[in-house]
Design a protein around this ligand. Sequence first.
Ligand code: NDP
Ligand SMILES: O=C(O)C1=N[C@H](C(=O)O)C[C@H](O)C1
Length: 251
Amino acid sequence: MDATKVRVGVLGAAGKVGQAICAAVDAASDLELVATVDKGDSLDAFVNSQTQVVVDFTHPDVVMDNLHFLVENGIHAVVGTTGFDDERLDRVRSWLADRPEVGVLIAPNFAIGAVLSMRFAQAAARFFDSVEVIELHHPNKADAPSGTAYRTARLIAQARAEAGVAPSPDATTTELDGARGGDVDGVRVHSVRLAGLVAHQEVLLGTQGETLTIRHDSIDRSSFAPGVLLGVREIGKRPGLTVGIDPLLDL
Ligand SMILES: NC(=O)C1=CN([C@@H]2O[C@H](COP(=O)(O)OP(=O)(O)OC[C@H]3O[C@@H](n4cnc5c(N)ncnc54)[C@H](OP(=O)(O)O)[C@@H]3O)[C@@H](O)[C@H]2O)C=CC1
Ligand SMILES: O=C(O)C1=N[C@H](C(=O)O)C[C@H](O)C1
């Protein structure tokens, strides 16, 4: 055992993002990949290998059980898996109250450009009458809207509410179910699933005589690796729950 390296485990190691994270950990001289777990494998592998930080890219249906196990066993977690609403975040906080030394980082998107695009959208939100979000992903994605779009819409809604901006104008009176997308705190969110895509998002803002489009594209899953490795290196110094990598980037 090399005591100078952080001992890292990956949950969902055989998945699309899990494979990219395993490769990135393997290539980092200050990290050691000590356990890889996928569907059907026992989580005890992390305890047996004295894993210090586990990265989870699995599925919204299983991530809560995974996290509960990790917190109970005193293992820090860096979580990319989506599906976290306020109720789930509160449950994680309640587990952490019993293990105050453990750090959990949950981020809907680890790509630097995606994090910045959320910030830009939040800053722009109060200056425009209308705003809608379109997220576009590969067709194997389980959840809609994406975790990124959900968080983006909530940040936009919060900024507009704080500035007293009226709801986006919309004269629709007849509608095919779903044609106007989902409603996240008053912000319309549209989900496209298309073969050939990876992960993409557009925030469309409009006001008198002008529009602004904020677009981000992950064209390869390696885009998530730098943010994940930053989380792995930092989480041991940040006990409790951290949502989003913004504070790790001094944003
Ligand atoms: N935060 C971020 O930056 C990003 C988040 N994501 C999110 O990460 C998650 C995974 O995405 P992606 O890699 O594309 O999905 P994949 O389906 O490609 O990978 C998930 C892997 O987890 C495995 N798995 C399922 N259940 C378990 C379990 N109980 N224990 C261990 N492994 C399990 C799956 O096995 P099997 O296939 O056999 O079911 C699969 O190998 C999604 O929620 C996605 O939205 C994705 C990209 C970036
Ligand atoms: O499933 C994906 O692929 C992605 N999921 C995350 C999300 O739901 O926002 C992050 C990124 O969009 C890729």
